[in-house]
Design a protein around this ligand. Sequence first.
Ligand SMILES: NC(=O)c1ccc[n+]([C@@H]2O[C@H](COP(=O)([O-])OP(=O)(O)OC[C@H]3O[C@@H](n4cnc5c(N)ncnc54)[C@H](OP(=O)(O)O)[C@@H]3O)[C@@H](O)[C@H]2O)c1
Length: 321
Amino acid sequence: MKAAVITRYGSPDVIKILDVPKPTPAADEVLVRVHAATVTRTDCGLLRAHPFFMRFFTGPLRPSRTILGLDFAGEVEAVGAKTLAFKPGDRVFGMCPSNRNGAHAEYAAVPERAVATMPAGARFDEAVVCEGAFYAKAALKSIDLKPGQKILIYGASGAIGTALVQLAKAAEAIVTAVVATPHLELVKTLGADRAVDYTREDFTHIGERFDCVVDAVGKTSFFRCRRLLKPDGMFAATDLGAYWQNVVLALWSLIARRKRVVIVAPGRIEGFVGFLKGRMEAGQFRAIIDRKYPLAAIADAYRYVETGQKVGIVVITVAAD
Ligand SMILES: NC(=O)c1ccc[n+]([C@@H]2O[C@H](COP(=O)([O-])OP(=O)(O)OC[C@H]3O[C@@H](n4cnc5c(N)ncnc54)[C@H](OP(=O)(O)O)[C@@H]3O)[C@@H](O)[C@H]2O)c1
């Protein structure tokens, strides 16, 4: 099969499209013929081994995982001996585990717990949205958002941000989304009750207090946002922050037994893809697709995602829908 292969860490220039053996599914796995994948910020971090400590998990000198790609949508080609939920020909989507080869290839072997059948009527490129939604759901869990509560989402135009706006609305929260001018209309169509343009006004002086503020793009800080929080409000970060400040603050919150700052940690994959399918079928979640690239041009997709300017997701078309 054709795959985007990395044999060393580095810039997108290290990615090569090569012919490699097709994976064989383990007993609990499904072999998927990939139609669509994505390039995410996580893939970019894995490609460059950034932050450096990541190498403890991904291989100290060279990547142990040579094919990246978390999100996928495609057709089941074969199933492992103990896989009961799927059969060849099923249209499926889901998320590859980050510790083995992924979806930047014509075929990927994925544990069945990370797979669901496609949402009714969806195209493959519309379903290949898992990672952003996965962290958005984890963010909502970490702040324990309740109906009627007020949430401010900073950086609401990225993969996590666009997913978070939609999932927070589905959870019946009151959503304020902070984005640049070109994305104001988008976040309103996703359901935001208020859209604030960070290029034209200081979002920390908008005259409102929130039950939680989520930095969905790693570009603000607790210290900047604390005046936006109600006395018992929480700040959730998707990033470590400058000088690892979010790690220090989250640890301090734990020691002080006052949940003030949390870092969004990935939740469990079990049940997640089915949950997302439910939201899509209920009309509460949709993919925001910025650009599409063929597998052969995946290095250009990485270069674009690395700019930090994508809106929603960047799709890799591996096979025609
Ligand atoms: N916790 C985890 O394990 C985990 C996992 C995955 C990702 N992450 C982190 O989560 C963050 C978000 O990931 P993502 O994939 O959602 O990001 P993304 O899609 O790359 O976000 C890009 C969006 O952010 C907007 N943006 C850029 N600078 C901004 C600023 N200063 N203020 C507000 N918005 C800004 C951009 O639009 P404009 O430039 O037009 O404003 C663009 O639409 C990243 O920092 C990533 O490293 C964490």
